[in-house]
Design a protein around this ligand. Sequence first.
Ligand code: FAD
Ligand code: MLT
Ligand code: ZN
Length: 478
Amino acid sequence: MDLPALPPIDSLRGAFAGRLITDPRDLEPFLVDWRRRYFGRAIAAAIPDTVEGVAAVVRWCAEQRVAVVPQGGNTGMSGAATPDDSGRSVVLSLARLKRVRAIDTVNNSITVEAGCTLAEVRAAAQAAGRLFPLSLPSEGSCTIGGNLSTNAGGVAVLRYGNARELCLGLEVVTADGETWHGLRGLRKDNTGYDLRDLFVGSEGTLGVITAATLKLYPLPAAQVTAMAALDDPHAALRLLEQAQSALGSSLTAFELISDLCLELVAKHFPDHRRPFAQPSPYYVLLETSDSEGEAHATAAFEALMERALDTGIVRDAVVATSGAQSRALWALRELISEAQSATGKNIKHDVSVPISSIGDFVERTNAELAQRFPGIRLVVFGHLGDGNLHYNVSPPVDRCGPEHEAEFLALQPAINRVTHDSVHAFGGSISAEHGLGQLRRDESARYKSAIEMALMRRVKQALDPLGIMNPGKVLPPG
Ligand code: FAD
Ligand code: MLT
Ligand code: ZN
């Protein structure tokens, strides 16, 4: 396509009331992703504080054939919020759209603007005596617009579902700068194609989410946390089965953690150490949300752990007896990403397989990788209760320094191939919750059928005919 020359930036400055960042030093944080794997270029970062301002920026971009790269908290793991290196993009930050528009404790819903952080949405719900259950370690920085655009998962999907399942309605600025007012607070609405579900999980490639109506739940009377030490993911699956039989839907989190994860956390955050005298190959962090109170929840966990110890499923277990202990156990889990990043570059996989296959998947994939890439270390953790593993690969201990980085990252295609072929063989997905962005775009196209790719392209063409919305993400060009 012949593109018009880049317009003077003053014409964008005049198009909306709001902040416009053009100074290269101020622009830098908008041009790199959280993992520092992608570096892009942009004309400017536009930060409007009204929905009309968002629409005006998108209209300007459409007129000038300039790409729009929506950005929330920039905590995404797939390079989806980083512009490409063409220099023909405007980063559209939603960070200043921060109003809580309404809370309805009868309808159990909250309407918030896209730039509210997840922590702010949870706090607003809590202040009204309700729970917004989406829960990610990045909740202080990620935004609800980003959560919906990535269909984020996190640690409570087992009980409450992912971001999609928590979304009742959306307000969206379309690719031609019109606003769709779809903030319906309905649990049931069968009036045609579900536009909301098209935008959720589309990673900013179809439109810009400016506000959302979300589901709320009653606050649980008590939440109790426990950690069990065990041999392998097979044992973790047996514990999951027993926990679900004993606790039913009270079981809200069931997270798998390999010992190397806790070793990295202890190395980089020395105050956070394993709660057991002896290390074990794996651990599970469990949480129950109980309507009958703390004593009931603790007793249920103790009984579960006693049985699991008696039958040899777990080696050891602790049940938190205070809020502080519970927070300390959660910190071990929530610090894994940061600890792994601090260790150097790693190769990330965000996979899901049917829950019952997780043990076999880990066993077979570990064996194949160990044979093909001797010495590599597997940093395995994740949301076992919903079948999602962060199956990450770090370099051998003696090849960790920055001087070995390029050599290690050159293995990424081959390591991806082994891991993703294995995921595919188990009927799984190569992106459970982090999305495709730039990182997995081509990998995904490899495993999807021709018809699925063609349908996705037709949706993109219908909603973004000029191809200005976050180009190069999700779908390969062409
Ligand atoms: P960004 O990174 O800014 O953007 C992500 C994508 O959404 C991009 O494609 C962007 O263009 C698009 N986008 C952003 N806002 C909008 C909008 N308003 N309209 C349209 N498109 C938009 N993710 C999980 O799912 N589960 C986890 O447990 C989890 N844990 C994490 C832990 C850590 C320590 C970190 C750093 C990240 C974690 N993440 C996790 C990843 C990340 O936090 C999520 O993907 C989150 O949903 C991204 O939100 P964000 O506001 O930062 O979005
Ligand atoms: C998590 O569950 O902690 C994340 O999704 C982040 C990660 O994979 O690093
Ligand atoms: Zn995760």
